[in-house]
Design a protein around this ligand. Structure first.
Ligand code: AMP
Length: 249
């Protein structure tokens, strides 16, 4: 399914991938990276990396993540916008107009003397994909202040199975249980849609629903929301690739 060499895009793509926990966003993100010359940033991965390294942020985030809660909007915005600037995926607007290269986008942001806003480079090689951020309308509004994203992909998958007592999620395509319908670890039955799931998982799903609806409305109004449905990840990938090709190829 993936191209041998990632293909260059004709236009700069600044993508946001949205999907419920367990919908396989990571899988799609990996496949897109194999297919297109594109970089990706996962807010969950950055947070987990901070937890592993025991940074101040990581120590604070760990408890929230364990409980299935969300990290505060202000912390997330600073973290992700800083990361975008560090990677050079967005540049200060002054840089873009003057051609002068400045480093340390966060400093630019912080001091605000030369340029208070960051602007995305329109060069196709600066194409990037955000996975897991923004997750709330507030985060989306803050991101809008910094960079113009140009496509928000809502991934909806319908073949998820869950082991309710543990919250373990299987996907029948990319992560099927060893025995169909049975949890690998406990041998207990799996269900399609838990109505009585463990606290953390339930909280995560509810939070996704609560936070995502306003987020999607926000991007729908901006005219950049696109939804892709499928029973499996494999069904979704070609649709996703075709759409990105159509818009940015
Ligand atoms: P993920 O790998 O995207 O499911 O993220 C794992 C956990 O990190 C989430 O359950 C949240 O606790 C936290 N997290 C990741 N991204 C965000 C975000 N944009 N805003 C708030 N919390 C986040």
């Amino acid at each position: 399914m993936s191209a041998a060499v990632p293909r260059k895009l004709g236009k700069a793509a600044r993508l946001i991938l949205v999907g419920a926990p367990g919908a396989g966003k990571g899988t799609q993100s990996g496949r897109l990276l194999e297919h297109f010359k594109l970089s990706a940033l996962s807010s969950g991965d950055i947070l987990r990396d901070n937890v592993r390294k025991r940074t101040a942020l990581g120590i604070e985030a760990e408890t929230v993540m364990r409980s299935g809660g969300l990290i505060s909007d202000s912390v997330m915005v600073r973290l992700i916008v800083g990361e975008l600037a560090k990677r050079g995926w967005v540049q200060s607007r002054a840089e873009l107009t003057s051609g002068i290269t400045m480093t340390g986008g966060l400093e630019v942001l912080g001091h605000g003397a030369v340029a208070t806003k960051l602007a995305a480079s329109n060069c196709p090689t600066s194409s990037f994909l955000l996975d897991g951020f923004p997750r709330t309308q507030k985060q989306a509004e803050s991101l809008d202040q910094e960079v113009d994203m140009n496509l928000v992909i809502l991934e909806r998958i319908s073949n998820r199975m869950v082991h309710e007592p543990s919250g373990r999620i299987y996907n029948l395509t990319w992560n099927p249980p060893r025995v169909p319908g049975i949890d690998d670890e406990t041998g207990e039955p799996l269900t399609r849609r838990p109505d009585d799931c463990p606290e953390t998982f339930a909280k995560r799903l509810k939070q996704y629903d609560d936070a995502t609806l306003p987020l999607l409305e926000h991007y729908d109004k901006a005219g950049i929301l696109w939804t892709v449905d499928g029973k499996t990840s494999d069904e979704i990938t070609p649709k996703l690739i075709a759409e990105i090709d159509r818009r940015f190829g």
